[in-house]
Design a protein around this ligand. Structure first.
Ligand SMILES: *Cc1c(COP(=O)(O)O)cnc(C)c1O
Length: 416
């Protein structure tokens, strides 16, 4: 039972098929595969097939997205064009404890421009005894910092808490404050429906190996809103961003493809694109133009089912007691520590979460609970100090899987 598609999605049959075919093509015709591919998938333009299927998943025009690179490298690339701090406006606003790679990227970008990361990068913390941020507090913070704010950059869905931020409202508030708004969609793409163009997002980056099931270290992606295509030039040019019509004439002067694809640098890994393409074909079979609405509808039900079952166990305690849970201080009636006590730190409101629920245990028992679950065939993942994450990704997790997951957890907790 695989509940860890938020970390690495499983291999689809179609991806395996495409990968094997590309290996065969490489083995038999070598370099010719670039221009004269026996299955009509010329490597030269293979990324555009993925772009086409990805556009409805992120809610963008094809010219606004590029299938390229990897998330963190793409984040730096986007910040090189969109983070232009001045003495007055230099702050980057993000959530407390963003994914470490983002944290490092923000700090290094601030330092690169001569700012002290400890004042330039502003982290928003939840209120006391709360585990996630209130949207109204985020919007207030944007207003409060408005005179010095350069960039608002949150994750769409937070990797640790599972909170799905109010993307349109936050984007609008950033613009009202005179700042730009970018998003890290690592945990959002393929998980929740996105409308990056309509929400007026300035830029976004993502990886594809989580809910998009492209395989370990798969190719990443980025979004640049159409409104910026003329103004925001490519700062780190490479030959793959050059106009396709003349790319192979190898001219000395760079002429970018208009839009997001001008940001491409290197010729991309075809094996990575093939495996992404296989998975995107699965998404497009769910629905050719709007797969995410269908997927989200099941996702909401599957995650609500998981939550309902978890909350009905005798080990569940309310999220305001998270601190006690983590320290192992939840007591049974007999004043004994209830070892298996857990809470859920992910928001209860359905619009505020995706597929994932983050369960918090005492830091002492969590590793044991996690390894016992794995032994019994239920794969989630652990995030220290006390979190085990379960994400019933709707493409392949059934309601029966969900019920077995909770039954297994109760078994494990009873045995502590
Ligand atoms: C998974 C994840 C990453 C990973 O970055 P890579 O460059 O793909 O290794 C970065 N940020 C967030 C928020 C993530 O969830």
């Amino acid at each position: 039972m695989y509940f860890v598609g938020n970390s690495l999605g499983p291999l689809s049959k179609r991806s395996q098929e495409l990968l094997n075919e590309e290996l065969d093509v490489w083995a038999t015709i070598g370099v010719t595969g670039h221009f004269d591919h026996p299955m009509g998938r010329d490597w030269m333009t293979l990324a555009s097939k993925a772009t086409k299927l990805l556009a409805p998943i992120v809610g963008a025009k094809e010219a606004e997205i590029a299938v390229m690179g990897t998330l963190t490298a793409n984040l730096h690339l986007m910040m090189s064009s969109f983070y232009k701090p001045t003495k007055e406006r230099y702050k980057i606003l993000c959530e407390i404890k963003p994914f470490p790679s983002d944290e490092y990227a923000f700090a290094s970008q601030a330092a690169l421009h001569g700012f002290d990361p400890s004042t330039a990068v502003v982290h928003l913390e939840p209120r006391a005894n709360e585990n996630t941020l209130r949207t109204s507090d985020i919007l207030d913070a944007i207003r409060e910092h408005s005179s010095s704010l350069a960039l608002v950059l949150f994750s769409g869905v937070q990797y640790y808490s599972g909170q799905y931020f109010a993307m349109p409202e936050i984007t609008r508030a950033a613009h009202d404050a005179g700042a730009l708004c970018g998003w890290d969609l690592a945990h959002a793409v393929g998980n929740v429906p996105l409308s990056l163009h309509d929400w007026d997002v300035d830029f976004a980056v993502w990886c594809t190996y989580k809910y998009l099931n492209s395989g370990p270290g798969g190719i990443g992606g980025l979004f640049v809103h159409e409104k910026w295509h003329k103004e925001k030039g490519v700062q780190y040019a490479g030959w793959w961003g050059h106009d396709e019509a003349t790319r192979f004439q190898m001219p000395p002067v760079f002429q970018p493809i208009p839009g997001a694809q001008g940001f491409q640098q290197s010729n991309p890994s075809i094996l990575n694109i093939a495996s992404l393409l296989g998975s995107l074909e699965v998404f497009s079979r769910v629905h050719p133009t709007d797969p995410m609405s269908v997927i989200r509808a099941k996702s909401i039900r599957a995650t609500a089912y998981l939550e309902t079952l978890l909350r009905s166990t005798r080990f569940f305690v309310g999220p305001h007691d998270a601190e006690k849970v983590l320290k192992g201080q939840v007591l049974t009636g007999a004043d004994k520590a209830m070892k298996g006590a857990f809470t859920i730190i992910t928001p209860r409101a359905k619009p505020e979460r995706g597929a994932q629920l983050s369960l918090l245990f005492s830091e002492e028992v969590m590793p044991n609970v996690f390894s016992e679950m794995v032994k019994r065939g239920v794969i989630g993942d652990e995030r220290h100090p006390g979190i085990i994450r379960f994400a019933p990704a709707p493409l392949y997790c059934s309601f029966e899987d969900v019920s077995k997951c909770v039954a297994t957890l109760v078994d494990v907790l009873n045995s502590l």
